[in-house]
Design a protein around this ligand. Structure first.
Ligand code: NAD
Length: 491
Protein backbone atom coordinates (compact mmCIF):
# COMPACT_ATOMS: atom_id res chain seq x y z
CA UNK A 1 0.00 0.00 0.00
CA UNK A 2 1.32 3.44 -0.90
CA UNK A 3 2.36 5.53 2.13
CA UNK A 4 2.31 9.29 1.67
CA UNK A 5 4.09 12.00 3.65
CA UNK A 6 3.13 15.60 4.28
CA UNK A 7 4.83 18.36 2.25
CA UNK A 8 6.24 21.06 4.52
CA UNK A 9 8.97 23.61 3.74
CA UNK A 10 9.99 21.85 0.56
CA UNK A 11 10.39 18.46 2.19
CA UNK A 12 8.44 15.23 2.56
CA UNK A 13 7.92 14.72 6.28
CA UNK A 14 6.22 12.25 8.60
CA UNK A 15 3.34 13.61 10.69
CA UNK A 16 4.17 14.66 14.27
CA UNK A 17 1.59 12.16 15.53
CA UNK A 18 3.47 9.27 13.91
CA UNK A 19 0.05 8.10 12.69
CA UNK A 20 -1.41 7.43 9.27
CA UNK A 21 -4.96 6.59 8.20
CA UNK A 22 -6.28 4.61 5.25
CA UNK A 23 -7.85 6.10 2.17
CA UNK A 24 -10.25 3.90 0.20
CA UNK A 25 -11.07 3.32 -3.45
CA UNK A 26 -14.85 3.89 -3.68
CA UNK A 27 -15.15 1.45 -6.58
CA UNK A 28 -13.75 -1.50 -4.63
CA UNK A 29 -14.34 -0.20 -1.08
CA UNK A 30 -10.74 -1.26 -0.38
CA UNK A 31 -7.97 0.81 1.21
CA UNK A 32 -5.22 1.65 -1.27
CA UNK A 33 -3.01 4.25 0.46
CA UNK A 34 -1.97 5.61 3.84
CA UNK A 35 -2.35 9.33 4.53
CA UNK A 36 -0.46 11.20 7.27
CA UNK A 37 -2.62 12.15 10.25
CA UNK A 38 -1.29 15.66 10.76
CA UNK A 39 -2.16 17.67 13.84
CA UNK A 40 -1.73 21.18 15.25
CA UNK A 41 2.05 20.70 15.50
CA UNK A 42 2.30 19.98 11.77
CA UNK A 43 -0.04 22.89 11.04
CA UNK A 44 2.28 25.17 13.00
CA UNK A 45 5.37 23.91 11.15
CA UNK A 46 3.68 24.42 7.80
CA UNK A 47 2.41 27.91 8.64
CA UNK A 48 5.83 28.97 9.99
CA UNK A 49 7.47 27.71 6.79
CA UNK A 50 4.90 29.55 4.68
CA UNK A 51 5.29 32.71 6.76
CA UNK A 52 9.10 32.65 6.42
CA UNK A 53 8.78 32.22 2.64
CA UNK A 54 6.37 35.16 2.47
CA UNK A 55 8.43 37.37 4.77
CA UNK A 56 11.90 37.10 3.22
CA UNK A 57 13.93 35.15 0.70
CA UNK A 58 13.55 34.31 -2.97
CA UNK A 59 9.73 34.38 -3.10
CA UNK A 60 9.42 37.66 -1.19
CA UNK A 61 12.03 39.23 -3.49
CA UNK A 62 10.65 37.80 -6.72
CA UNK A 63 9.07 40.15 -9.24
CA UNK A 64 5.46 39.60 -10.27
CA UNK A 65 6.79 38.67 -13.71
CA UNK A 66 8.94 35.98 -12.12
CA UNK A 67 5.95 34.61 -10.22
CA UNK A 68 3.94 34.56 -13.43
CA UNK A 69 6.66 32.54 -15.16
CA UNK A 70 6.67 30.00 -12.32
CA UNK A 71 2.88 29.66 -12.51
CA UNK A 72 3.04 29.08 -16.25
CA UNK A 73 5.76 26.45 -15.76
CA UNK A 74 3.49 24.71 -13.27
CA UNK A 75 0.69 24.85 -15.83
CA UNK A 76 2.93 23.15 -18.40
CA UNK A 77 3.90 20.42 -15.93
CA UNK A 78 0.23 19.92 -15.11
CA UNK A 79 -0.57 19.45 -18.79
CA UNK A 80 2.14 16.83 -19.13
CA UNK A 81 0.95 14.98 -16.01
CA UNK A 82 -2.80 15.46 -16.27
CA UNK A 83 -3.61 11.79 -16.80
CA UNK A 84 -1.39 10.62 -13.96
CA UNK A 85 -3.14 13.00 -11.54
CA UNK A 86 -6.59 12.11 -12.89
CA UNK A 87 -5.93 8.42 -12.26
CA UNK A 88 -5.05 9.15 -8.63
CA UNK A 89 -8.24 11.21 -8.23
CA UNK A 90 -10.42 8.45 -9.69
CA UNK A 91 -8.83 5.88 -7.37
CA UNK A 92 -9.52 8.15 -4.41
CA UNK A 93 -12.95 9.65 -5.13
CA UNK A 94 -14.46 7.23 -7.65
CA UNK A 95 -15.63 9.91 -10.06
CA UNK A 96 -15.43 9.15 -13.77
CA UNK A 97 -12.02 9.19 -15.39
CA UNK A 98 -13.57 11.27 -18.17
CA UNK A 99 -14.63 13.89 -15.59
CA UNK A 100 -11.42 13.94 -13.56
CA UNK A 101 -9.15 13.86 -16.64
CA UNK A 102 -11.23 16.67 -18.11
CA UNK A 103 -10.60 18.66 -14.93
CA UNK A 104 -6.85 18.00 -14.73
CA UNK A 105 -6.45 18.87 -18.42
CA UNK A 106 -8.32 22.13 -17.85
CA UNK A 107 -6.48 23.12 -14.66
CA UNK A 108 -3.36 24.53 -16.40
CA UNK A 109 -5.56 27.34 -17.71
CA UNK A 110 -5.91 28.73 -14.15
CA UNK A 111 -2.13 28.87 -13.80
CA UNK A 112 -1.74 30.50 -17.24
CA UNK A 113 -4.54 33.00 -16.63
CA UNK A 114 -3.52 34.10 -13.14
CA UNK A 115 0.18 33.78 -14.06
CA UNK A 116 -0.51 36.24 -16.86
CA UNK A 117 -2.39 38.53 -14.50
CA UNK A 118 0.38 38.58 -11.86
CA UNK A 119 2.31 41.50 -13.38
CA UNK A 120 -0.72 43.44 -14.60
CA UNK A 121 -1.89 44.52 -11.18
CA UNK A 122 -1.21 48.21 -11.01
CA UNK A 123 -1.57 50.77 -8.30
CA UNK A 124 -2.68 54.35 -8.88
CA UNK A 125 -1.28 57.83 -8.43
CA UNK A 126 -4.10 59.73 -6.75
CA UNK A 127 -4.42 63.47 -7.36
CA UNK A 128 -5.05 64.14 -3.67
CA UNK A 129 -6.54 67.41 -2.48
CA UNK A 130 -3.51 68.17 -0.29
CA UNK A 131 -1.04 70.74 -1.64
CA UNK A 132 2.47 69.34 -1.92
CA UNK A 133 1.42 65.78 -1.08
CA UNK A 134 2.17 62.93 -3.46
CA UNK A 135 -0.02 59.85 -2.93
CA UNK A 136 0.12 56.47 -4.60
CA UNK A 137 -1.23 52.98 -3.97
CA UNK A 138 0.07 49.51 -4.54
CA UNK A 139 -1.34 46.06 -3.92
CA UNK A 140 0.47 43.68 -1.63
CA UNK A 141 -0.05 40.00 -0.80
CA UNK A 142 -1.89 39.15 2.40
CA UNK A 143 0.66 36.63 3.70
CA UNK A 144 -0.12 33.00 4.48
CA UNK A 145 -3.32 31.69 2.90
CA UNK A 146 -4.94 28.46 4.08
CA UNK A 147 -6.81 26.45 1.47
CA UNK A 148 -9.30 23.86 2.73
CA UNK A 149 -11.07 21.64 0.18
CA UNK A 150 -13.69 18.85 -0.04
CA UNK A 151 -13.50 15.44 -1.68
CA UNK A 152 -15.54 15.87 -4.83
CA UNK A 153 -13.03 17.73 -7.04
CA UNK A 154 -9.88 17.84 -4.93
CA UNK A 155 -7.34 19.30 -7.34
CA UNK A 156 -9.65 21.58 -9.31
CA UNK A 157 -11.05 23.27 -6.20
CA UNK A 158 -7.50 23.63 -4.85
CA UNK A 159 -6.42 25.19 -8.14
CA UNK A 160 -9.21 27.78 -8.04
CA UNK A 161 -7.63 29.15 -4.87
CA UNK A 162 -3.96 28.33 -5.34
CA UNK A 163 -3.44 30.02 -8.71
CA UNK A 164 -4.72 33.50 -7.72
CA UNK A 165 -3.18 33.27 -4.23
CA UNK A 166 0.29 32.54 -5.66
CA UNK A 167 -0.06 35.04 -8.51
CA UNK A 168 -0.70 37.70 -5.87
CA UNK A 169 2.50 36.73 -4.03
CA UNK A 170 1.05 34.90 -1.04
CA UNK A 171 2.30 31.62 0.36
CA UNK A 172 -0.04 28.74 1.01
CA UNK A 173 -0.85 25.83 3.30
CA UNK A 174 -3.32 23.37 1.76
CA UNK A 175 -5.49 20.97 3.79
CA UNK A 176 -7.27 18.58 1.39
CA UNK A 177 -10.22 16.43 2.40
CA UNK A 178 -9.33 13.47 4.59
CA UNK A 179 -11.11 11.29 2.01
CA UNK A 180 -9.08 12.47 -1.00
CA UNK A 181 -5.65 13.76 -0.05
CA UNK A 182 -3.49 11.72 -2.42
CA UNK A 183 -3.76 13.78 -5.61
CA UNK A 184 -2.87 17.05 -3.88
CA UNK A 185 0.20 15.42 -2.31
CA UNK A 186 1.20 13.98 -5.70
CA UNK A 187 0.75 17.44 -7.24
CA UNK A 188 3.47 18.78 -4.91
CA UNK A 189 6.09 16.91 -6.96
CA UNK A 190 5.13 19.22 -9.84
CA UNK A 191 5.24 22.31 -7.60
CA UNK A 192 8.77 21.31 -6.65
CA UNK A 193 9.80 20.62 -10.26
CA UNK A 194 8.40 23.97 -11.38
CA UNK A 195 10.94 25.59 -9.03
CA UNK A 196 8.77 27.25 -6.36
CA UNK A 197 11.04 28.17 -3.42
CA UNK A 198 10.65 26.04 -0.32
CA UNK A 199 7.80 26.95 1.98
CA UNK A 200 5.74 28.71 -0.70
CA UNK A 201 3.31 25.79 -1.01
CA UNK A 202 2.78 23.28 1.82
CA UNK A 203 0.31 20.44 2.31
CA UNK A 204 -0.83 19.00 5.63
CA UNK A 205 -3.36 16.17 5.60
CA UNK A 206 -5.75 14.86 8.20
CA UNK A 207 -9.05 15.71 9.81
CA UNK A 208 -10.84 19.03 9.88
CA UNK A 209 -11.15 19.23 13.65
CA UNK A 210 -7.50 18.26 14.22
CA UNK A 211 -5.41 19.99 11.59
CA UNK A 212 -7.94 22.09 9.63
CA UNK A 213 -9.10 24.07 12.64
CA UNK A 214 -5.49 24.52 13.81
CA UNK A 215 -4.69 26.17 10.48
CA UNK A 216 -7.68 28.49 10.57
CA UNK A 217 -6.87 29.56 14.12
CA UNK A 218 -3.15 30.01 13.57
CA UNK A 219 -2.27 33.67 14.22
CA UNK A 220 0.08 33.78 11.22
CA UNK A 221 -2.62 32.71 8.75
CA UNK A 222 -3.92 35.85 7.05
CA UNK A 223 -6.80 34.47 4.97
CA UNK A 224 -8.85 31.29 4.64
CA UNK A 225 -10.27 29.93 1.39
CA UNK A 226 -12.74 27.14 2.11
CA UNK A 227 -14.90 24.88 -0.03
CA UNK A 228 -17.03 22.30 1.72
CA UNK A 229 -20.25 21.69 3.57
CA UNK A 230 -22.26 24.18 5.59
CA UNK A 231 -21.45 22.88 9.11
CA UNK A 232 -17.70 22.95 8.44
CA UNK A 233 -18.04 26.32 6.71
CA UNK A 234 -19.74 27.84 9.74
CA UNK A 235 -17.05 26.55 12.10
CA UNK A 236 -14.35 27.95 9.83
CA UNK A 237 -16.17 31.29 9.59
CA UNK A 238 -16.51 31.54 13.39
CA UNK A 239 -12.87 30.69 13.99
CA UNK A 240 -11.71 33.11 11.30
CA UNK A 241 -13.90 35.83 12.82
CA UNK A 242 -12.14 35.41 16.17
CA UNK A 243 -8.87 36.05 14.33
CA UNK A 244 -10.41 38.84 12.19
CA UNK A 245 -9.38 37.03 9.02
CA UNK A 246 -11.03 37.40 5.64
CA UNK A 247 -12.67 34.20 4.44
CA UNK A 248 -14.22 32.89 1.27
CA UNK A 249 -16.74 30.09 1.66
CA UNK A 250 -18.00 27.97 -1.23
CA UNK A 251 -20.72 25.83 0.30
CA UNK A 252 -23.72 23.77 -0.70
CA UNK A 253 -26.69 24.15 -3.00
CA UNK A 254 -30.18 23.01 -3.91
CA UNK A 255 -30.15 24.43 -7.38
CA UNK A 256 -33.27 24.69 -9.56
CA UNK A 257 -33.12 23.56 -13.16
CA UNK A 258 -36.24 25.05 -14.80
CA UNK A 259 -37.86 23.70 -17.97
CA UNK A 260 -40.42 26.02 -19.60
CA UNK A 261 -43.05 24.89 -22.06
CA UNK A 262 -41.20 26.54 -24.98
CA UNK A 263 -37.90 24.76 -24.28
CA UNK A 264 -36.16 22.39 -26.66
CA UNK A 265 -37.25 19.41 -24.57
CA UNK A 266 -34.60 16.96 -25.78
CA UNK A 267 -31.83 19.39 -24.87
CA UNK A 268 -33.49 20.26 -21.58
CA UNK A 269 -33.68 16.58 -20.65
CA UNK A 270 -29.97 16.20 -21.40
CA UNK A 271 -29.36 19.27 -19.23
CA UNK A 272 -31.36 17.73 -16.40
CA UNK A 273 -29.30 14.53 -16.60
CA UNK A 274 -26.01 16.42 -16.70
CA UNK A 275 -27.21 18.51 -13.75
CA UNK A 276 -27.84 15.59 -11.42
CA UNK A 277 -26.46 12.28 -12.65
CA UNK A 278 -23.09 13.46 -13.97
CA UNK A 279 -20.55 13.16 -11.17
CA UNK A 280 -23.11 10.93 -9.41
CA UNK A 281 -24.73 14.13 -8.20
CA UNK A 282 -21.70 14.87 -6.04
CA UNK A 283 -21.32 18.43 -7.10
CA UNK A 284 -22.21 21.58 -5.22
CA UNK A 285 -23.95 22.99 -8.28
CA UNK A 286 -26.09 19.89 -8.91
CA UNK A 287 -29.45 20.74 -10.47
CA UNK A 288 -31.22 18.67 -7.85
CA UNK A 289 -34.64 20.36 -8.20
CA UNK A 290 -36.15 20.04 -11.67
CA UNK A 291 -38.97 22.56 -12.01
CA UNK A 292 -41.12 21.63 -15.02
CA UNK A 293 -44.01 23.50 -16.60
CA UNK A 294 -47.15 21.42 -16.15
CA UNK A 295 -47.89 21.32 -19.89
CA UNK A 296 -44.62 19.50 -20.67
CA UNK A 297 -44.28 17.63 -17.39
CA UNK A 298 -45.30 14.19 -18.64
CA UNK A 299 -43.19 14.43 -21.78
CA UNK A 300 -40.14 15.53 -19.75
CA UNK A 301 -40.60 12.74 -17.20
CA UNK A 302 -41.00 10.11 -19.90
CA UNK A 303 -37.89 11.24 -21.81
CA UNK A 304 -35.89 11.67 -18.61
CA UNK A 305 -36.72 8.19 -17.37
CA UNK A 306 -35.81 6.73 -20.77
CA UNK A 307 -32.43 8.51 -20.78
CA UNK A 308 -31.60 7.92 -17.11
CA UNK A 309 -32.40 4.21 -17.41
CA UNK A 310 -29.67 3.84 -20.04
CA UNK A 311 -26.99 5.33 -17.74
CA UNK A 312 -24.20 2.80 -17.53
CA UNK A 313 -22.94 2.32 -14.00
CA UNK A 314 -19.63 0.70 -13.23
CA UNK A 315 -15.88 1.10 -13.10
CA UNK A 316 -15.15 4.84 -13.23
CA UNK A 317 -11.87 4.14 -15.02
CA UNK A 318 -13.67 2.64 -18.02
CA UNK A 319 -14.47 5.11 -20.82
CA UNK A 320 -18.02 3.75 -21.32
CA UNK A 321 -19.09 4.27 -17.70
CA UNK A 322 -21.53 7.14 -17.13
CA UNK A 323 -22.31 6.87 -13.41
CA UNK A 324 -19.62 5.90 -10.91
CA UNK A 325 -19.80 5.05 -7.23
CA UNK A 326 -20.45 7.48 -4.40
CA UNK A 327 -17.15 8.70 -2.95
CA UNK A 328 -17.50 7.79 0.72
CA UNK A 329 -19.41 5.32 2.83
CA UNK A 330 -21.00 8.05 5.02
CA UNK A 331 -22.15 9.82 1.85
CA UNK A 332 -23.61 6.56 0.48
CA UNK A 333 -25.55 6.12 3.71
CA UNK A 334 -26.70 9.74 3.70
CA UNK A 335 -28.07 9.44 0.14
CA UNK A 336 -29.99 6.27 0.97
CA UNK A 337 -31.45 7.90 4.08
CA UNK A 338 -32.68 10.88 2.01
CA UNK A 339 -34.34 8.47 -0.42
CA UNK A 340 -36.26 6.97 2.51
CA UNK A 341 -37.18 10.44 3.80
CA UNK A 342 -38.56 11.40 0.37
CA UNK A 343 -40.65 8.24 0.20
CA UNK A 344 -41.96 8.79 3.72
CA UNK A 345 -42.85 12.40 2.84
CA UNK A 346 -45.01 11.15 -0.03
CA UNK A 347 -42.81 11.68 -3.10
CA UNK A 348 -43.22 9.08 -5.83
CA UNK A 349 -40.04 7.16 -6.64
CA UNK A 350 -40.22 6.88 -10.44
CA UNK A 351 -36.72 5.48 -10.91
CA UNK A 352 -34.03 3.86 -8.79
CA UNK A 353 -34.16 4.41 -5.07
CA UNK A 354 -31.79 1.59 -4.12
CA UNK A 355 -28.13 0.75 -3.77
CA UNK A 356 -27.20 -0.47 -7.24
CA UNK A 357 -27.29 -4.24 -7.53
CA UNK A 358 -25.26 -6.40 -9.95
CA UNK A 359 -22.03 -4.53 -9.44
CA UNK A 360 -18.98 -6.77 -9.56
CA UNK A 361 -17.28 -4.92 -6.71
CA UNK A 362 -18.22 -3.93 -3.18
CA UNK A 363 -18.18 -0.21 -4.15
CA UNK A 364 -20.78 2.27 -2.96
CA UNK A 365 -23.24 2.51 -5.83
CA UNK A 366 -26.62 4.21 -5.71
CA UNK A 367 -29.02 3.91 -8.64
CA UNK A 368 -29.90 7.13 -10.47
CA UNK A 369 -33.07 8.09 -8.62
CA UNK A 370 -35.95 10.27 -9.78
CA UNK A 371 -38.80 11.46 -7.59
CA UNK A 372 -41.96 12.91 -9.11
CA UNK A 373 -44.82 14.54 -7.23
CA UNK A 374 -42.37 16.46 -5.07
CA UNK A 375 -43.50 19.66 -3.39
CA UNK A 376 -40.97 22.31 -2.55
CA UNK A 377 -41.54 22.08 1.18
CA UNK A 378 -40.44 18.43 1.34
CA UNK A 379 -37.01 17.82 2.87
CA UNK A 380 -35.84 16.22 -0.40
CA UNK A 381 -36.47 19.59 -2.09
CA UNK A 382 -34.89 21.70 0.63
CA UNK A 383 -31.81 19.83 1.86
CA UNK A 384 -28.64 19.05 -0.04
CA UNK A 385 -28.35 15.31 -0.77
CA UNK A 386 -25.12 15.41 -2.80
CA UNK A 387 -26.02 12.28 -4.74
CA UNK A 388 -27.83 11.06 -7.87
CA UNK A 389 -31.30 11.97 -6.63
CA UNK A 390 -33.56 14.27 -8.66
CA UNK A 391 -36.78 15.88 -7.40
CA UNK A 392 -39.32 16.94 -10.02
CA UNK A 393 -41.69 19.76 -9.14
CA UNK A 394 -44.49 21.09 -11.39
CA UNK A 395 -45.25 24.77 -11.93
CA UNK A 396 -47.93 26.70 -13.85
CA UNK A 397 -46.63 30.25 -14.38
CA UNK A 398 -43.35 32.14 -14.61
CA UNK A 399 -44.17 33.81 -11.29
CA UNK A 400 -44.55 30.45 -9.64
CA UNK A 401 -41.31 29.20 -11.21
CA UNK A 402 -39.42 32.17 -9.75
CA UNK A 403 -41.04 31.73 -6.34
CA UNK A 404 -40.17 28.01 -6.27
CA UNK A 405 -36.64 28.61 -7.53
CA UNK A 406 -36.00 31.15 -4.78
CA UNK A 407 -37.76 29.20 -2.03
CA UNK A 408 -34.54 27.70 -0.71
CA UNK A 409 -31.87 28.68 1.79
CA UNK A 410 -29.29 28.22 -0.95
CA UNK A 411 -28.38 30.24 -4.01
CA UNK A 412 -25.47 28.65 -5.84
CA UNK A 413 -26.74 28.04 -9.38
CA UNK A 414 -29.77 27.64 -11.62
CA UNK A 415 -30.64 26.45 -15.12
CA UNK A 416 -33.30 28.00 -17.36
CA UNK A 417 -34.53 26.14 -20.46
CA UNK A 418 -36.50 28.34 -22.86
CA UNK A 419 -36.39 29.62 -26.45
CA UNK A 420 -37.67 33.04 -25.39
CA UNK A 421 -34.85 35.54 -24.85
CA UNK A 422 -37.02 37.90 -22.85
CA UNK A 423 -38.04 35.15 -20.48
CA UNK A 424 -34.42 33.97 -20.22
CA UNK A 425 -33.19 37.44 -19.27
CA UNK A 426 -36.06 38.02 -16.89
CA UNK A 427 -35.38 34.71 -15.13
CA UNK A 428 -31.63 35.30 -14.97
CA UNK A 429 -32.35 38.60 -13.20
CA UNK A 430 -34.95 37.30 -10.75
CA UNK A 431 -33.37 34.03 -9.66
CA UNK A 432 -31.25 34.58 -6.57
CA UNK A 433 -28.22 32.50 -7.40
CA UNK A 434 -24.55 33.21 -8.13
CA UNK A 435 -24.69 31.49 -11.53
CA UNK A 436 -27.57 31.18 -14.00
CA UNK A 437 -27.21 29.09 -17.15
CA UNK A 438 -29.65 29.49 -20.04
CA UNK A 439 -30.05 26.36 -22.19
CA UNK A 440 -26.98 24.88 -20.53
CA UNK A 441 -25.99 23.40 -17.19
CA UNK A 442 -22.73 22.81 -15.31
CA UNK A 443 -20.41 25.08 -17.29
CA UNK A 444 -17.58 26.90 -15.48
CA UNK A 445 -14.48 28.79 -16.55
CA UNK A 446 -11.42 30.29 -14.92
CA UNK A 447 -12.56 33.61 -16.43
CA UNK A 448 -16.06 33.80 -14.96
CA UNK A 449 -16.90 34.45 -11.28
CA UNK A 450 -18.40 31.53 -9.38
CA UNK A 451 -19.92 31.54 -5.92
CA UNK A 452 -23.06 31.52 -3.87
CA UNK A 453 -25.88 33.81 -2.82
CA UNK A 454 -27.51 33.24 0.58
CA UNK A 455 -26.28 30.15 2.46
CA UNK A 456 -24.33 28.88 -0.54
CA UNK A 457 -21.36 30.94 0.44
CA UNK A 458 -19.44 34.14 0.77
CA UNK A 459 -17.19 35.59 -1.91
CA UNK A 460 -16.44 34.53 -5.47
CA UNK A 461 -13.80 32.43 -7.17
CA UNK A 462 -12.45 32.73 -10.74
CA UNK A 463 -12.38 35.77 -12.97
CA UNK A 464 -9.99 38.73 -12.95
CA UNK A 465 -11.40 40.38 -9.83
CA UNK A 466 -10.46 37.24 -7.89
CA UNK A 467 -6.84 38.24 -7.61
CA UNK A 468 -7.83 41.25 -5.46
CA UNK A 469 -9.30 38.81 -2.93
CA UNK A 470 -5.71 37.80 -2.26
CA UNK A 471 -4.26 41.31 -2.16
CA UNK A 472 -4.44 44.30 0.15
CA UNK A 473 -4.05 47.91 -0.86
CA UNK A 474 -1.45 50.19 0.64
CA UNK A 475 -1.63 53.97 0.37
CA UNK A 476 1.72 55.81 0.47
CA UNK A 477 1.96 59.58 1.17
CA UNK A 478 5.05 61.63 0.36
CA UNK A 479 5.31 65.18 1.58
CA UNK A 480 7.06 67.40 -0.95
CA UNK A 481 6.49 70.56 1.11
CA UNK A 482 9.48 72.19 2.77
CA UNK A 483 7.80 72.67 6.13
CA UNK A 484 5.19 70.90 8.25
CA UNK A 485 2.32 73.38 8.64
CA UNK A 486 0.58 73.05 12.01
CA UNK A 487 1.48 69.82 13.91
CA UNK A 488 -1.69 70.11 16.06
CA UNK A 489 -4.07 69.93 13.08
CA UNK A 490 -4.80 66.93 10.89
CA UNK A 491 -3.12 67.31 7.46
P1 NAD B 1 -16.78 19.16 4.67
O1 NAD B 1 -17.23 20.50 5.06
O2 NAD B 1 -17.06 18.01 5.53
O3 NAD B 1 -15.20 19.17 4.48
C1 NAD B 1 -14.54 20.11 3.66
C2 NAD B 1 -13.16 20.33 4.19
O4 NAD B 1 -13.25 21.05 5.41
C3 NAD B 1 -12.39 19.05 4.52
O5 NAD B 1 -11.05 19.22 4.14
C4 NAD B 1 -12.54 18.95 6.02
O6 NAD B 1 -11.51 18.22 6.63
C5 NAD B 1 -12.48 20.42 6.42
N1 NAD B 1 -13.08 20.76 7.70
C6 NAD B 1 -14.20 20.26 8.26
N2 NAD B 1 -14.43 20.86 9.46
C7 NAD B 1 -13.44 21.77 9.64
C8 NAD B 1 -13.13 22.70 10.67
N3 NAD B 1 -13.87 22.81 11.78
N4 NAD B 1 -12.05 23.49 10.51
C9 NAD B 1 -11.30 23.40 9.42
N5 NAD B 1 -11.52 22.52 8.42
C10 NAD B 1 -12.59 21.72 8.52
O7 NAD B 1 -17.34 18.95 3.19
P2 NAD B 1 -17.25 17.63 2.30
O8 NAD B 1 -18.21 16.64 2.84
O9 NAD B 1 -15.81 17.22 2.13
O10 NAD B 1 -17.73 18.19 0.89
C11 NAD B 1 -19.06 18.21 0.50
C12 NAD B 1 -19.63 19.60 0.63
O11 NAD B 1 -18.84 20.52 -0.11
C13 NAD B 1 -21.02 19.71 0.06
O12 NAD B 1 -21.87 20.39 0.96
C14 NAD B 1 -20.85 20.53 -1.19
O13 NAD B 1 -21.95 21.25 -1.57
C15 NAD B 1 -19.69 21.39 -0.85
N6 NAD B 1 -19.01 21.82 -2.08
C16 NAD B 1 -19.15 23.13 -2.46
C17 NAD B 1 -18.57 23.58 -3.62
C18 NAD B 1 -18.71 25.01 -4.05
O14 NAD B 1 -17.88 25.48 -4.82
N7 NAD B 1 -19.71 25.74 -3.59
C19 NAD B 1 -17.81 22.71 -4.40
C20 NAD B 1 -17.70 21.40 -3.99
C21 NAD B 1 -18.30 20.97 -2.81
Amino acid sequence: MQKYQAWIDGQWVDPASGEWFETENPYTAEAWALIPRCNAEDADRAVQAAYNAYDKGPWADMTATGRGALLRKLGDLLSENAEWLADIEVRDNGKLKAEMYGQTQYMPQWFYYFGGLADKIEGAVIPVDKPGMFNFTHHEPLGVVTIITPWNSPLLLTTWKLAPALAAGNTVVIKPSEFTSASVLAFMTLVERAGFPKGVVNVVTGFGHEVGSALVEHPKVARVAFTGGEPGGIKVYEAAARGLKPVSLELGGKSPNIIFEDADIDNAVKGAVSGIFAATGQTCLAGSRLLVHESVHDEVVEKLLALAKTAKMGDPMQPGTQVGPVTTRPQFEKILSYIEIAKADGAHCALGGQPAANQSTAGWFVEPTIFTGVTNNMRIAQEEVFGPVLSIIKFKTDEEAVALANDTLYGLAAGVWTQNIGRALNMSKRIRAGTVWVNAYRVVSYMSPFGGFKRSGIGRENGQAMIYEYLQTKSVWINTNKDIANPFVMG
